[in-house]
Design a protein around this ligand. Structure first.
Ligand code: ZN
Length: 506
């Protein structure tokens, strides 16, 4: 009995410390939102110094030796005997975070932070100028540091696994290789059939005049209808859309309004609202601890991609929403539901990942994953990257980038050292399809519900099976518990074949 009381006392001390760290971190998040939305141009230098000071404070707290002592006292105690209890899950995750933080030598952490921010700002101007030669030294530097980071945090057999752990805890490169190979084969087979179909979706209707104020109203209306609580959120315009969680009751998104392109703000808003609904569904009583946090980037992306694609591009959704949308835009006066639905689901190989359709998207990710894996296995070096990139685009998508900026330099991720992040996008699609299948088994015909405007049952199902669990389970376990199967590509390949088979009459 005395031991349990003692463990509880230690747990409360550790928890109070970690929750305070989370408050500091969330103030930084708020400053980050401001930096990406409304900060005056002259304010950037001071904001950068604020972030540097905050980073020093957070690093000191995350590596505070008291955390190690508290964890030593808790591990093995009766308080954490049940591995699925909130206490055990928090202790497990705090240990993981602490070990990773203390294994990185201070000078490496400082060098990484500097190389990442320099790499990203260099990328912005050098990409614009299509200057690969100028960009190469930045990329080499950040890759070299990330290789050292992988050695510092450790791995079993594959350096890449050390990076994956930051985004998708428990995931392994060899498993991803198998997943991408299977998904890639099915995708290319489906793509060939689509490309030989005589059906040409009338994508021109999406590039007409869409007045910005009406787009703004639609973005607010549609995200609200799907379940994004705007009383605890807001939508602001930015060049690069994102979702940002300040804390319970304050989960924000941004979107990009383009006067002559419907998809950018509409599907962008729905995507970010999907991220936001996950954050809004996390258990507020656990805020500041792992139990109150999203479990992984892949699971986060499963929520955004589900609302954007499986819901937002479904026929059921448009049966409900097209009659509401059409009267708002003169551009849609002569467009019927069938044509509009085909247009928002148009498929075709393209160079740019962020503009890719649902079918080809995972091929873009497969290319990046295979190149990253080769870089971290030492089978590929930066000098040979453009050639390797172009060869894969030819092999998988049948197209060759005419320059660097729409080829190897198109993504911000590598410039800022985010190797290991890309697989999250495809894992998101894989998880989304599995979760959607499982929800359909429990709830009945989801598209029929969407056609009536009933989105709450799906959101409630996700709250119960995914959101409310925070980090109680590792991602693979969470998906298995929610869907009855380990992560696998079957639901996704079946879903893609069914939806696009119908749209393209193949
Ligand atoms: Zn996303």
């Amino acid at each position: 009995m005395r031991e349990i009381v003692e463990a509880e006392r230690v747990y409360e001390a550790l928890k109070a410390f970690q929750v305070d760290t989370a408050y500091y971190h969330s103030l930084g998040a708020l400053a980050g939102w401001d930096q990406r939305t409304y900060i005056p141009h002259k304010g950037h230098a001071h904001r950068a110094r604020q972030f540097a000071a905050l980073a020093r404070l957070l690093h000191a707290r995350r590596t505070d030796p008291r955390i190690g002592e508290w964890l030593d006292a808790l591990e093995g105690s009766d308080l954490v005997a049940d591995p699925e209890s909130p206490e055990a899950a928090n202790v497990r995750e705090w240990r993981r975070e602490y070990e990773r933080a203390v294994r990185v030598p201070h000078d490496l952490a400082v060098a990484l932070a500097q190389a990442q921010s320099e790499g990203e700002s260099a990328w912005e101007s050098l990409r614009e100028a299509d200057d690969w030669i100028g960009f190469k030294p930045y990329l080499k530097r950040v890759l070299d540091l990330q290789r050292r980071y992988a050695e510092a945090v450790g791995y079993e057999t594959e350096p890449y696994d050390a990076l994956l752990e930051d985004y998708e805890p428990g995931e392994r490169a060899t498993r991803l290789q198998t997943m991408f190979a299977e998904l890639g084969r099915a995708t290319r087979e489906l793509l060939d059939r689509i490309l030989s179909s005589p059906i040409q979706p009338p994508v021109e209707v999406l590039h007409r005049d869409y007045p910005l104020e009406a787009q703004r109203q639609v973005a607010h209306e549609v995200t609200g209808l799907l379940g994004y609580d705007l009383e605890g959120g807001r939508i602001d315009p930015t060049a690069h859309p994102f979702e940002l969680s300040v804390g319970p009751g304050d989960v924000r998104i941004t979107t990009r309004y383009q006067p002559r392109y419907f998809n950018a703000s509409f599907f962008g808003s729905v995507h970010e609202a999907g991220h936001a609904m996950y954050e809004q569904g996390l258990p507020a009583e656990h805020w500041g601890t792992p139990m109150g946090q999203a479990v992984s980037m892949g699971v986060h992306e499963s929520q955004s991609r589900m609302w954007e694609n499986l819901v937002g591009r479904s026929r059921g959704f448009w049966l409900f929403y097209f009659p509401k949308l059409q009267p708002r835009f003169a551009a849609l006066a002569d467009v019927n539901l069938e044509d509009f639905h085909r247009a928002v689901n148009a498929v075709g190989p393209s160079l740019i990942r962020v503009e890719a359709d649902e079918v080809t998207y995972n091929l873009h990710i497969q290319i990046r994953f295979e190149l990253e894996l080769a870089l971290f296995r030492g089978e590929l070096e930066v000098d040979d990257l453009p050639e390797a990139w172009n060869a894969k685009y030819r092999a998988y998508l049948g197209i060759t980038p005419p320059n660097y900026k729409d080829g190897v330099m198109q993504d911000v991720h590598w410039s800022s050292g985010m190797f290991g992040y890309f697989p999250s996008y495809t894992l998101g699609n894989v998880y989304a399809a599995q979760l959607f299948d499982a929800a359909g088994r429990d709830l009945g015909d989801l598209e029929e519900a969407f056609a009536r405007g009933a989105f709450a049952p799906l959101l409630e199902w996700l709250r119960e099976r995914v959101h409310r669990n925070g980090r109680r389970f590792l991602p693979r376990r969470l998906i298995e518990r929610a869907t009855g199967a380990k992560p696998n590509v079957k639901s996704l390949t079946r879903y893609l074949a069914a939806r696009f088979g119908k749209l393209y009459n193949i």
